[in-house]
Design a protein around this ligand. Sequence first.
Ligand SMILES: *Cc1c(COP(=O)(O)O)cnc(C)c1O
Length: 405
Amino acid sequence: MKRRQLLKYASLSSLAGVSLPLLPGTVQAGEASTFAKRDLFAELGIRTFINAAGTYTAMTASLMRPEAMDAIRQASHKFCMLDELQDKVGERIASMTHAEAAVVTSGAFAALTLGMAGILTGMDPQKVKSLPKLEGTGMKTEVICQKGHAIGYNQAFTNTGVKIIMIETREELIKAINKNTAAMHFLHINADRGQIQHEEWVEIGKKYGIPTTIDIAADVPPVSNLWRFNDMGFHFVAISGGKALRGPQSAGILMGKKEVIAAARLSMPPRGETIGRGMKVNKEEVLGMYVALESFMAIDHDQEYKLFEKRIDRIKSAVDQVPGITTVVNHPKLGNVTPTLNITWDPNKIKKDGNQLREDLRKGNPSIEVVGGKDNLSVTTWSMQEGEDKIVAVRLKEVLQAASV
Ligand SMILES: *Cc1c(COP(=O)(O)O)cnc(C)c1O
């Protein structure tokens, strides 16, 4: 190598954080590097914080399980065929979740889009290429859901070209079913906001030959939700990988009937000319997701719930010492099932609103994120690391005391 080339090489390799000697053909991708000595967040001036809020995409949702990180690092050392990887991992995930088949997607939203694409196209490559254009293709065009289940994430379906048809009663549902009906969709987290429950939804779907689908993105724990809806007979089930499962935030699982998953994969990478080409997961996410799921299934969920509850109680006890504060611990039944502390106050005793109090917590050291509205603060502890509950307890009390009249 010429001296100039060598110098360029040396500076490139130090930029990439790879130690010399590095010669062409001796790639050390994925090796543990000098990152241990760097703090990228500090270098870039990015605020990090204690997450007392929960699994919010804007806050980067969850911290991956160490086992998932080990899987990602291991995956990064070798090449394999993407389809073979998805086949083998899919088989394992399917058997863990009582599904006929499964595939790792780039999140629950992508799972919804790809699953719907599979229902619409079947194994027809022309139809796959045509999406999101449905007109004149022979594909169905309507997805029915209950009004209380219609949330913004239905965009995952409209991205495939379908229209959402909203109904409220069983009679309206049956009347809405027609030759254009592609699927009937259910949103588990809003099950209590609809008149029709899961079993009846599936039963009507079966009776009229309409595939049923369900979004359970934020609905573990309980761990049994991983298989409950596959057992019920939904055609596909979509779940987030980066919420309580603590896999990659850019991963999720699509699981369900064999023919739906096989068809959905036609719209997934490595195939291009599809609506799903941009919804890519690589070996790192696929194996990270798989191992995160395994670890999630192996932990003692009762014990973990008790730990989250103990942390909540610690924070509650501290906050309760401030005059004018009311605290309630909620145990959500549907979605984000974790002890959740709701803090409200007498506005005559605390002179700041929720937004101002959250800003105070955000600006403190360490910075803390909680959620809530103008009149409340809402705290969870499932995204905390060991000991952070103590810091949150102290800071919340301080901030509330400082705002006391
Ligand atoms: C989080 C969420 C999604 C999106 O999940 P991603 O894994 O972030 O794509 C979809 N539906 C519901 C109900 C959710 O809570």
